[in-house]
Design a protein around this ligand. Structure first.
Ligand code: NAP
Length: 306
């Protein structure tokens, strides 16, 4: 594969940025990758493991001369990071991000960027429950979707270029508008995370009653929840605060369905339960058929989440 950008700057060096770095290196997709992280500890780890060709102590130095700058920080700080890099961006550069929420990121980042800089927000639907500079790997994006959310009137050449980068990093690429993205992700990712956090919290309360039985006899269902509920607390706090409306809408629907199932259990309505579980099983089958998971039983041990 050939170089798509001469210089890519990654701001924030956690799971997503480090995976982008290794995927870019795997494909030889950039002449140089520069990086910045907030803490000296993360910058030092990055230098120790060869994450980025050059790691800088300031955002200004990291973005200077970059053709593509990707914000890989929690959603809640995207705006302040954009304000800090704005004066140092190369004219004609593309700024993108990988945030899990799009409408609020566009609202907070967009106004800071100078004329002549292209802003093309993105969200790779790929992740694990691990975070930090050591957690990334080149294959993270392989066969996963990356959703681009270009504003109307975005420069088609800039959009085409970043599309080529994500494809070359292994992703399938689709375009979506920000509100639709946030609703879809509330269903597929944000509400499920909140439900997992809640279930593990409930079990933790129960554990105080039953000692260690919840952990000792932890079955596949609960273990899957604990994996999801081990995700980074800062990232997920920001996701819920930023995607408030869509998440509340989906949780409202979830609560209604839960009450209906609760009622079916109370009244002994086995037909309702069986029909419901038959419908949900078909959804699992279509995810496997779409190549987004395997049907190998892994009891939650090897699975990755998006
Ligand atoms: P991560 O592993 O926790 O890394 C976050 C990085 O952001 C760290 O390098 C951290 O620096 C830096 N950072 C945190 N607060 C900052 C601040 N105030 N100013 C500057 N830098 C700051 O996170 P991640 O999982 O890669 O997530 C990054 C973005 O990708 C988030 O917006 C998230 O919504 C999105 N995303 C995540 C996933 C997933 O499954 N994890 C999937 C798709 C998209 P220090 O280490 O120095 O503190």
């Amino acid at each position: 594969m050939s170089v798509i950008y001469d210089r890519v700057a990654l701001i924030g060096l956690g799971l997503i940025a480090s995976s982008m770095h290794w995927a870019i290196k795997r494909g030889g997709l950039a002449g140089e990758v520069t990086g910045y992280a907030r803490t000296e500890a993360t910058r030092q780890t990055a230098r120790d493991i060869g994450l980025c060709d050059r790691v800088f102590d300031t955002m200004a130095e990291a973005v200077a001369g970059a053709d593509l700058v990707v914000l890989c920080v929690p959603v809640g700080v995207m705006g302040e990071v954009a304000a800090e890099i704005a004066p140092h961006l190369k004219p004609g550069a593309t700024v993108s991000d990988v945030g899990s929420v799009k409408a609020e990121v566009i609202e907070t980042v967009g106004p800071h960027l100078p004329e002549g800089v292209h802003f093309i927000p993105a969200h790779p639907i790929a992740g694990t429950e691990h975070s930090g500079p050591r957690s990334g790997f080149a294959e993270l994006f392989d066969n996963r979707w990356c959703l681009l959310v270009p504003a109307e009137g975005s420069d088609p050449e800039a959009v085409d270029r970043i599309t080529r980068l994500w494809r070359a990093m292994g992703s399938n690429v689709d375009h979506m508008d920000a509100e639709h993205h946030d609703l879809v992700l509330a269903v597929t990712s944000h509400a499920p995370h909140l439900i997992a956090y809640t279930m593990v919290g409930v079990a933790d309360d129960l554990r105080r009653v039953t000692d260690s039985e919840v952990i000792k006899y932890s079955a596949a269902g609960f273990r899957d929840f604990t994996r999801i509920a081990a995700s980074d607390p800062t990232m997920w706090r920001d996701v819920f605060l930023s995607n408030k409306n869509a998440t509340l809408e989906i949780l409202g629907r979830f609560t209604e369905e839960l009450f209906a199932l609760q009622r079916a259990i109370r009244t002994g309505d086995g037909e309702h339960l069986h029909a419901y579980f038959t419908r949900t099983r078909a959804i699992r089958r279509s995810i496997i058929e779409a190549g987004q998971d395997t049907d190998a039983p892994d009891f939650g041990r090897g699975a990755r989440k998006g």
